[in-house]
Design a protein around this ligand. Sequence first.
Ligand SMILES: C[S@@+](CC[C@H](N)C(=O)[O-])C[C@H]1O[C@@H](n2cnc3c(N)ncnc32)[C@H](O)[C@@H]1O
Length: 234
Amino acid sequence: MVLLTHIEYSVIIKRMNNLLPDYPIRDITISVENIEIQLTIIEEPDQFLDKLSREDSDSSLYLPYWVYLWGSAIGLAQHIARLDNSLSGKKVLDIGCGFGLTGIVASQLGANVVFTDFEHDALLFAKYNAQQNGVESATFIQMDWNATCFQSIFDVILASDVIYEEQNWKPIIELLQKLLTKNGVAIFSEPNRNNAGGFFRSLRENGFIFEKTTCNILVDQKTTAINIYTIKRE
Ligand SMILES: C[S@@+](CC[C@H](N)C(=O)[O-])C[C@H]1O[C@@H](n2cnc3c(N)ncnc32)[C@H](O)[C@@H]1O
């Protein structure tokens, strides 16, 4: 069980030292195991879902889901915090990092983390949040799953709530094939969405195996089950 406390709930509209883009923000504290993370997130993100949505060139509707902190990020953060020392010294890639929670916990556990998202503003929040939690050596890269930009490969790939749209499955699986070391591990979390099974079937067809566990998180006095998948090459 994870405890989410809002120690500060003041709605502040400001640019913090010009490091953050201009959104109404609030500060929260998230406790996973014995790690406390300070996070600055967007206050009342619903309004931005409309404002920042757009129709892409192929007429599909794009929704900026990065404006929310998803329960899957808390679930994945909790899961990796329980992995003892297994992330220490590892090269970790966080894909679709949003506000950066899971990458920050991985950094606290001694990993060298590369935070990625294709949304520039999400990366600014992730960077700000990493800094306010004392993360000293991390990298922040704007990257689309459809156009990976790394020469290097990673021991661990973290992904919370990124498989919700079927169009992303193929690029994400190709990304795993390209960027995970031979004996590497990818850890995905998702909140039991209806279509998740399709992604994991496809993953298996493409040479990966996985184990599934479930963890419970407590947010605003509501318990939610988050699925955690530990993925390896066959
Ligand atoms: C549902 S949010 C999850 C955010 C964060 N991981 C969490 O759990 O709070 C999905 C994230 O993936 C990012 N994303 C969506 N499509 C992407 C793509 N094609 N390439 C890279 N990032 C993408 C979004 O900007 C967003 O931050």
